[in-house]
Design a protein around this ligand. Structure first.
Ligand code: SAM
Length: 458
């Protein structure tokens, strides 16, 4: 009888990649994926704590799993990700005693050890020796997609820098994901090749500060080199990277994006605030003027770049005037996407220890809404300018009976077509626009324009 696993994932793309990796390892051990936690022998919750809301969701979900375990005591429960961090496991074990195994972010070893030690699995079909051999092979870089995603996933995330050593005062990530460390390039490229062999057409290289790739390894091989080598992998159509930091955005990186066809002209470079005092309190390491220069440099060297950013409103001590500096920066720089967050106190961070969370919740919401409305107006205008344009989109899958796809600049495009286009690059004509997505019609002759991809069928 085969054992079933269920992974619940919340949070960033890094968590999605970790869950994919864990799923593929469990399948190598003979587990099969199930969509229902109720039906599983093993449930793993992959958690995020970057904001209180995400942590609350994980606690809520843990409560649901506790009830399943009460009914089915043989269920194995794993907790993974930023809630566990590098050293929270003992405290969590007291709080959630029904959890069997705790895994720090990107580290599946504790679960593999746990399964290896479990006698009851040995008496089923999982012999320890086979398990160890498989585990060694997987740890060696044999990353594959879980069966249900194989030949269906068009896009995948690939972590290249783990952890973060920057320690912004608001951020819990360095405490939970540990110090910055870059993965060896051969591991990354092996993983990308494997993904491409299994039908993936677009990979996004991930890091908290992805443009610092390689610096901790002390070799000369940087993100720009990795992007070029990734783009050369057979079968891939597109490469993206997330997230940049203004201080590490080199000309070499921008020029590589400009010169490498398959690397999408999309750069996510979080500003967090447009006021120097707030930036100083956040310990971001740049001023608003520095940030403007970075965006200018990107747009000079890569004129059609889509520039995305992250902003936190209502950080400790943020006055109305300081917030308005951020507002004016958004108005001026006309970002292609803004990820907005209300400041949320995170335990043990420098801000939590030293700075009062003194912007009231309703004021944080007012500021968030103001920026959201501004951004919506800007996007409505910039997208309207695309009306009638022909754009190449990579078709990611179905959505409410239509094709969902993305331009190289990351814009979401919906269109109708009877053919199976999943995983193909298709030329479409934009015929309606809104702030968050575009509507299009497939162009005449799209059949010639599409690059057929064997095996990527719905
Ligand atoms: N490392 C990148 C940087 O800051 O340059 C971005 C990665 S960070 C984990 C993802 C986003 O979460 C941040 O850009 C920030 O906007 C948001 N974030 C982090 N800590 C937060 C907090 N305490 N409250 C609200 N948002 C937060």
């Amino acid at each position: 009888m085969s054992l079933k696993y269920h992974i619940w994932t919340i949070g960033c793309q890094m968590n999605e990649a970790d869950s994919r990796h864990l799923g593929s390892q469990l399948e190598a051990l003979g587990f099969h994926e199930t969509a229902a936690a109720d039906d599983a022998d093993l449930v793993v919750l992959n958690t995020c704590v970057v904001r209180q809301q995400a942590e609350d969701k994980a606690v809520h979900r843990l409560d649901a799993v506790r009830k399943v375990k009460q009914r089915r005591p043989h269920l194995t429960v794993g907790l993974m990700g930023c809630m566990v961090g590098m050293k929270e496991a003992p405290k969590l074990k007291e709080r959630f005693p029904f959890v069997d195994v705790f895994m720090p972010p990107s580290d599946t070893e504790p679960l593999l050890d746990f399964l290896g030690e479990q006698r009851r699995y040995d008496t089923s079909h999982l012999l320890e020796t086979r398990e160890r051999a498989l585990r060694d092979a997987l740890q060696d870089g044999e990353h594959i997609l879980p069966a249900l995603q194989r030949d269906r996933s068009v896009t995948a995330h690939v972590p290249v820098v783990l952890g973060c050593s920057h320690a912004c005062t608001f951020c819990i990530i360095p405490y939970r994901r540990g110090a910055e460390r870059s993965r060896p390039r051969d591991d990354i490229l092996r993983e990308v090749r494997k993904l491409a062999e299994q039908g993936v057409k677009e990979v996004t290289l991930l890091g908290q500060i992805v443009d610092r790739y390689g610096l901790d390894r002390g070799d000369e091989y940087e993100l720009a080199d990795l992007l070029r080598d990734t783009a050369a992998v057979d079968g891939l159509e597109r490469v993206r990277f997330l997230t940049s930091h203004p201080n590490w955005m080199t000309d070499k990186l921008i020029d590589t994006v400009a010169a490498t066809d398959k690397v999408c002209p999309q750069i996510e470079v979080p500003v967090q605030a447009g006021n120097d005092e707030v930036l100083e309190r956040m310990r971001r390491g740049y001023t608003a003027a520095d940030y403007r220069r970075v965006v200018r440099r990107i747009r000079d060297r890569l004129p059609d770049a889509a520039v995305h950013t992250d902003i936190i409103v209502g950080f400790c001590g943020e006055t109305e005037a300081q917030f308005m500096d951020t507002y004016r920066m958004v108005e001026e720089l006309r970002f292609d996407k803004v990820h907005l967050a209300k400041y949320s106190v995170r335990p043990k961070t420098i801000a939590a220890r030293n700075m009062p969370d003194d912007v009231p919740p309703e004021e944080k919401e007012r500021r968030r809404k103001l920026l959201d409305e501004l951004q919506e107006r800007i996007l409505a205008e910039t997208n309207r300018a695309l009306l009638g344009d022909e754009v190449d989109v990579l078709v990611e899958g179905r959505h409410k009976g239509r094709w969902r796809s993305r331009t190289a600049h990351g814009k979401l495009v919906f269109f109708d077509d009877d053919r199976d286009l999943r995983g193909r690059v298709v030329r479409v004509t934009v015929d309606r626009t809104g702030p968050y997505s575009l509507n299009a019609a497939a162009c005449e002759g799209t059949a010639q324009a599409t690059r057929a991809v064997a095996g990527v069928l719905e």
